[in-house]
Design a protein around this ligand. Sequence first.
Ligand code: ZEM
Length: 292
Amino acid sequence: FSGSASETTGVFVPKQEDYQKVYNEIAALLQDKDDYDDGSYGPVLVRLAWHASGTYDKETGTGGSNGATMRFQPEGDHGANAGLVTARDFLAPVKAKFPWITYSDLWILAGICAIQEMQGPTIPYRPGRMDKDIAACTPDGRLPDASQGNKHLRGIFGRMGFNDQEIVALSGAHALGRCHTDRSGFDGPWTFSPTVVTNEYYKLLLNEKWNWKKWNGPKQYEDKTSKTLMMLPTDMALVSDKAFKQWVEKYAKDEGLFFKDFAAVITKLFELGVPFDETTQQTPMTLKPTAN
Ligand code: ZEM
């Protein structure tokens, strides 16, 4: 058992160096297992952390990353979570090697590791989440539905406590990864560099011409030029809605601003409903990315 046991209680109290070991293990696995999707499990790890957190309801204080209730069948089987078993299975050997970390802390640490390893901004990390049991599973329907528009986005993200600017900044995560027909039913990546954090998503939203894709699948857009990229109806709502569009324009112009705002809003997302010790507020730690 690596790490340090408290002298007085004998209870293992992990330190920053212990979390760094977990980080390094995930980063090594990401490098090793590069024959998946576009060459990285990074995007699906980010999606796991987001779906663990995005169930939060500020009125009742239920949901959020404190609990990792997606481990259980009702929540794991929610349509929105289709395919995330891939991310949970990827992390199983990490949990086995570091049994002291809770699933809830591990999933968020993995999301942060993935963002940093995919050349994104540094995201401060605070541990302290506890795993809850099956009774804490959230009801279906708390995560956004990609076939909807601006009202739906404000409703869903407003319930978590996010404003327009934050909704647009969070959506920049769609620079990463892709849609899978056997998961959401949608198809294709948003950008040409789906394993690198960039502001390309905003640039493409503004500069490409987007047409409805002609196919039998759910309604989505394809880019006129290459017909290989995609946008969801909810993505296009960010440019058809004037208040959202202002932020899309700012982030398309200034990648530094996007990185700064993305780091802030993803930190907020990952900490929704997490009862950190009010008195100490636990100083956030910065976990070091792998040099590559
Ligand atoms: Zn996503 N997202 N998302 N998202 N998402 C998908 C994939 C990914 C929406 C959505 O319906 C979908 C945020 C917001 C929203 C990621 C991160 C974040 C997919 C494709 C869909 C359908 C799933 C599949 O088929 O595998 C909607 C409607 C959103 C409302 C705005 C936020 C916020 C995110 C993080 C901060 C990521 C990284 C992926 C790519 C996953 C992968 O496996 O490649």
